[in-house]
Design a protein around this ligand. Structure first.
Ligand code: PEP
Ligand code: MG
Length: 884
């Protein structure tokens, strides 16, 4: 018969850390810790297979599971020397969910399961501590009611607050026995009212119901949302962990807490955590009382503290990763309840990886594979300008770094609703798993309560979102849609700014500055550079962007779209003159005015790139893009004609302009008079641009600096188009070098962005010295999907699994990729040293970069901000390819 339950206890376990698929992360690590002889309360794990069976079989348990559960309960009773449901010495257990990957959206824990009016008496006898016993029972009813039976937590909390008021106390721990007893009665009444049945007395029923609730939680909305957000498959199921209770609420010699072996926000190697004495379970993270720090733990529980430090240090070495652990101290004795790889900010992830290499815990290659390119992306987000004058109104915990500005909103639903249209900051007393959708949509999260390990902090860090938590000086009125700081009121829709790195809460909007590449981050990326084979260039059109790209480690410009220089405000009139010219002479006149401006741009680019190659593409888009919109002009002319405005000269000019626009109008501009077709029909445009490139290059050389210009001809589909344009480039280059008395080496190459070009790539390569795949256009023309319109239906294709992903984001390796392979092969067959790269948006996409590496391209070129991502993705692609 299939085995569904795995026991751990008394120094040995049936599972281990490698069995995460079957036991979930929590179960596998509990087994591993038991095998390592770490003090873990005994228990057992019901496997994920049982959960999958449950869903496949109309929510029925597999045959034999019940008996297996009884057998394991017996084992547990033996190990603890207590009996489940016993009136003298009862065994109580906790029930927790635990999937292979940690999922904050799943079922919360149920503690003290097994308590009823009979076992209560036994527990009173065995502990002699009525306050503890009644406190445990009221917690159990609340947790069971809320987590297993879906009775709103707030209903229980309302009764608890009322009881505290009645007792005249502020904190739960101050409630005396008689009040707890009264509260238990109230809780039971609430349960009966809501569920139309009494609170279950039979411990076996309690356990069965709790296990079912764990299984069911796998498919609750929160869990499904989390899985979608994090690409976790739906078919892996969750395990159930049943574990003997240890009690952190036995009195002031007991405690419960959570911690990290390193700081999860910065990665610094400091033993870090929070705890509460005389508390249980979620108290620390729920923000009920503000937790204390480990420095207090050291004073209050010196022995347990040393023990905890030593054990978790051992666990970190064993797992070779930062550990996030939960513990309980029961009458001075320490127990570990959980350990797992700690969720960390992107900055901490890099810091920890670098430190662990220095500590010889991991190698450089492993470090490189531990960080995802998406994490690098998060590191590149701006922070608050330190020079900015800001009005700090409050300070909370720096729970997740980064800066965020937005309008204050007070419910997760509102944040979710408005978050994709405008910038909002979610402000709450504390967050709970139900708020995940709002947190996801908000720019940042601010909470009044909770520590660094609170729900808000942990989830925000996982999302790479800025968060200030535990900001106790603000009084949040969620219903009234406002918060108060002293006398100041911040209302819904008021702008606030959060600094998640320092915990500052600021009024209004604040300027930000770009991140720097120094420290651990710089070192980490230098390791990536040592591994990767692909060159990384940037798509940049102006010196400022080129400088950003260089700072981020770009080794050249892979695409300068010169039309972006044409679009500059001060140049549009000149460009329009050039377009409207009716004779070549007139056109040249306008072009001559543009020449010095372009020359200056190129000079700037060459200087910034300090000798690295700069690929400059000749003009690409259709000319009418530089003219006023046809429809608008038609309306203007019609109005002028009606005489509503003073007509005359103005009308004549507008009519002339309109007629030229009509001439230039195209039904399919993307497939029209653009790319090299412009340079062929108006060679003087290409000539001006080439002149500007080479004059700029000569000028920079004369300053004693190096340049490497690469002139790129766009949208070629016929070899003749390229040959003709190359001849023009070479002729003008020769003329200028002669005139300037400078000799410089340069290349002329082409973009491959049309399917025809890919299949005649050998002919093009006879004269082309490099290829750069314009994968935006190549995707557009290979699929016949308009790049401006396809967004509407691609989503449907992805939903229906016709496409795995948007081919404009992730390169379609099957189709477009195949054409790239053909072109690279054909090109290199006639020119073995042909330099081949890509410069479409895919150049910054990790999966596309992996493909480019696989097929042996020389470089990828992407937007400046994606350069560090591409550096890491390229290194990871090399590591995956070589398997070393
Ligand atoms: C491309 O087509 O991939 C490309 C880089 O050019 P553009 O996006 O300017 O058309
Ligand atoms: Mg293109």
């Amino acid at each position: 018969m299939a085995k569904y339950i795995y026991f751990f206890g008394d120094g040995k376990a049936e599972g281990n850390a490698k069995m995460k698929d079957l036991l979930g992360g929590k179960g596998a690590n509990l087994a591993e810790m038991t095998n390592l002889k770490i003090p873990v309360p005994p228990g057992f794990t019901i496997s994920t297979q049982a959960c999958l069976h449950f869903f496949k079989n109309k929510q029925k348990w597999p045959v034999g599971l019940k008996e297996e559960l009884f057998r394991n309960l017996k084992k547990l009773e033996k190990s603890k020397g207590a009996k489940f449901g016993d009136k003298n010495n009862p065994l109580l257990v906790s029930v927790r969910s635990g999937a292979k990957v940690s999922m904050p959206g799943m079922m919360d824990t149920v503690l003290n399961l097994g308590l009823n009016s009979t076992t209560l008496k036994g527990l009173l006898e065995s502990t002699g501590n009525p306050r503890f016993v009644y406190d445990s029972f009221r917690r159990f009813i609340q947790m069971f009611g809320d987590v297993v039976m879906d009775i709103p937590k707030a209903d229980f909390e309302h009764l608890l607050s009322r009881e505290k008021k009645r007792a005249g106390v502020k904190l739960d721990v101050d409630l005396k026995v008689e009040y707890l007893q009264h509260l238990i009665e109230k809780f039971k009444e609430l349960y009966k009212k809501k569920k139309k049945t009494s609170f279950p007395e039979n411990p076996y029923d309690q356990l069965g119901m709790a296990c079912n609730a764990v299984f069911l939680s796998w498919n609750n909305d929160r869990a499904k949302f989390y899985r979608r957000q994090n690409n976790i498959p739906d078919n892996i199921g969750t395990a159930v962990n049943v574990q003997a209770m240890v009690y952190g609420n036995l009195g002031n010699d007991s405690a419960t807490g959570v911690g990290f072996t390193r700081d999860p926000a910065t990665g610094k190697k400091i033993f870090y955590g929070e705890y509460l004495a005389n508390a249980q379970g979620e108290d620390v993270v729920a923000g009920i009382r503000t937790p204390l720090h480990f420095k207090d733990l050291k004073k209050q529980f010196p022995k347990a503290y040393q023990n905890l430090k030593q054990i978790t240090g051992r666990l970190e070495k064993h797992y070779r990763d930062i550990q996030d652990f939960e513990f309980t101290i029961e009458k001075g004795k320490l127990y570990l309840l959980q350990t797992r790889a700690g969720k960390r900010t992107a900055a901490a992830a890099v810091q920890i990886a670098v430190d662990m290499v220095h500590e010889k815990l991991i190698g450089k290659k492993e470090a490189l594979l531990r960080i995802t390119p998406e994490q690098i992306d998060r590191l590149l987000h701006p922070v608050i300008d330190p020079k900015a004058k800001v009005q700090v109104i409050a300070k909370g915990l720096p729970a997740s770094p980064g800066a965020a500005t937005g309008k204050a909103v007070f419910t997760a639903d509102e944040a979710a609703e408005r978050g994709d249209k405008e910038k909002v900051i979610l402000v709450r007393n504390e967050t709970c798993p139900d708020d995940i959708h709002g947190m996801d949509a908000a720019q940042g999260i601010l909470t009044a309560r909770g520590g660094m390990t609170s729900h808000a902090a942990v989830v925000a860090r996982g999302m790479g979102k800025c968060c200030v938590a535990g900001c106790e000086s603000i009084k949040v009125d969620e219903k009234g849609n406002k918060f108060l700081v002293g006398k100041q009121i911040i209302k819904r829709n008021d702008f606030i700014t959060l600094d998640g790195s320092t915990g500052r809460v600021i009024t209004g909007m604040v300027p930000t500055v770009e991140p720097s590449m120094s420290g651990a981050f710089g070192k980490f990326l230098s390791w990536a550079d040592g591994i990767r084979q692909l060159g990384i260039r940037a798509n940049a059109d102006i010196p400022r962007d080129a400088k950003t790209a260089r700072d981020f480690g770009a080794e050249g410009i892979g695409l300068c779209r010169t039309e972006h220089m044409f679009f500059a405000k001060d140049r549009i009139p000149l460009v329009q003159k050039m377009i409207l010219a009716t004779t070549t002479e007139k056109r040249k006149e306008a072009l001559n005015k543009l020449l010095p401006l372009q020359e200056k741009d190129f000079e700037g680019l060459f200087e910034v790139m300090g000798g690295y190659p700069v690929t400059i593409r000749l003009l690409d888009p259709p000319l009418h893009e530089f003219l006023p919109r046809r429809e608008e002009l038609m309306v203007e002319v019609a109005l002028l004609k009606k005489g509503r405005k003073t007509a005359g000269k103005n009308l004549k000019e507008k009519e002339k302009l309109l007629s030229r626009i009509e001439e230039l109008h195209e039904f399919n501009p993307m497939l029209g008079h653009r790319g090299c077709r412009l340079g062929i029909t108006f060679p003087e445009v290409s000539e001006m641009q080439v002149r500007a490139i080479f004059q700029a290059a000569c000028r920079v050389i004369k300053k004693g600096k190096k340049v490497q210009p690469e002139v790129m001809i766009p949208l070629v589909s016929l070899s003749g188009e390229f040959y003709q344009q190359k001849e023009l480039v070479d002729r003008v280059a020769r003329e200028i070098m002669k005139k300037e008395k400078v000799k410089l080496s340069y290349m002329v190459g082409t973009m491959i962005e049309l399917p025809r070009a890919t299949v005649i790539a050998d002919k093009i390569a006879r004269k082309a010295e490099f290829f750069s795949f314009g994968t935006n256009d190549l995707t557009q023309t290979t699929f016949g999907f308009s790049r401006d319109d396809a967004g509407k239906f691609i989503r449907v294709y992805v939903d229906k699994n016709i496409l795995l992903s948007d081919p404009f984001q992730n390169l379609d390796t099957e189709g477009v990729g195949e054409l790239i392979k053909i072109a690279a092969k054909k090109g290199r067959s006639v020119r073995p040293k042909l330099k081949v790269g890509i410069c479409g948006e895919h150049g910054g996409d990790p999966s596309s970069i992996e493909f480019c590496n696989q097929i042996g391209l020389n470089y990828v070129s992407c937007s400046p901000y994606r350069v560090p991502i591409a550096r890491l993705a390229a290194a990871q692609a090399s590591l995956k390819r070589t398997g070393k």
